[in-house]
Design a protein around this ligand. Structure first.
Ligand SMILES: Nc1ncnc2c1ncn2[C@@H]1O[C@H](COP(=O)(O)OP(=O)(O)OP(=O)(O)O)[C@@H](O)[C@H]1O
Ligand SMILES: Nc1ccn([C@@H]2O[C@H](COP(=O)(O)O)[C@@H](O)[C@H]2O)c(=O)n1
Length: 224
């Protein structure tokens, strides 16, 4: 049997991580793990409870009493929070604009990383996030850091919103994406950063098929 490796895909908001991670996982029949969904699920629950997002103690109490399951679904990954599906709820603009404040806390990250490492214990995973290559799976056989200009990323999200029939403001999206990147890259604990041994792919002028092809080449080289 072929070796089942771990593939880490990191990068800033809306760089295309989950889109390509899902396709690569399907092609290899690996498990896809969207770690951003875990931070989003905690943020959603904390907001529902009226928790202060600057209180690490309160957030870790909530997280310790929270189950977050990621399951393969017909339209991609399903997210269950305490057994209830929240796949769409965690994509609201309220959660999107608050999640980075939850993700700064060291104890929250420690618990999330522990859970993420448990998901990956047997290999055969494609995991995307911000700190996968640097902290969650430092020994991943393939590490990719996806980039694209903020204009391109905002435009992609704008097109996606319009296709889904959601209201969308391109300039606002650009500002929100840049603000999230700033918090994620400047936080003290496990900031968004390319791992030294990650391969950087600037996707600004690449298609999804191009990007998947490049990651598959890296993966197949390691699988042998
Ligand atoms: N290379 C590409 N060319 C054009 N569009 C792309 C490309 N890659 C991804 N997209 C589109 O860009 C949008 C954002 O992609 P995606 O949701 O995968 O980003 P992400 O990095 O996972 O975002 P986030 O970090 O916010 O979860 C989607 O609509 C996706 O279809
Ligand atoms: N490994 C990760 C993954 C995500 N985050 C934080 O969650 C936010 C939402 O992530 P998406 O991928 O769903 O957009 C992200 O902006 C980070 O604040 C993280 O810290 N580490």
């Amino acid at each position: 049997m072929n070796k089942r490796i771990s593939i880490a895909i990191d990068g800033p908001a809306a760089a295309g991580k989950s889109t390509v991670a899902k396709i690569v996982a399907e092609k290899l029949t690996y498990v896809y793990i969207d770690t951003g969904a875990m931070y989003r699920a905690l943020t959603y629950k904390a907001l529902q409870k009226g928790a202060r997002l600057d209180s690490e103690a309160h957030l870790i109490d909530i997280l310790n009493d929270t189950s977050i399951e990621l399951q393969p679904g017909e339209k991609g990954q399903k997210v269950l929070l305490d057994g209830v599906e929240v796949t769409n709820d965690i994509r609201s603009s309220e959660v999107t604009n608050q999640v980075s404040y939850v993700a700064v806390h060291e104890l929250v990250r420690k618990e999330m990383v522990k859970r993420q490492q448990e998901f990956a214990v047997d290999g055969g995973v494609v995991m995307d996030g911000r700190d996968i290559g640097t902290h969650v799976l430092p020994n991943a056989e393939v590490k990719v850091f996806l980039l694209a200009s903020v204009e391109e990323r905002a435009q992609r999200r704008h097109t996606e919103n319009i296709q889904k029939g959601f209201p969308s403001d391109l300039e606002k999206l650009k500002e929100e994406i840049a603000a999230r990147d700033k918090i994620d890259s400047e936080r003290e604990v496990a900031p968004l950063k390319k791992a030294d041994d990650a391969v950087e792919i600037d996707t600004t002028s690449l298609t999804i098929v191009d990007v998947v092809g490049k990651i598959m080449d890296l993966a197949l080289e390691r699988i042998g």
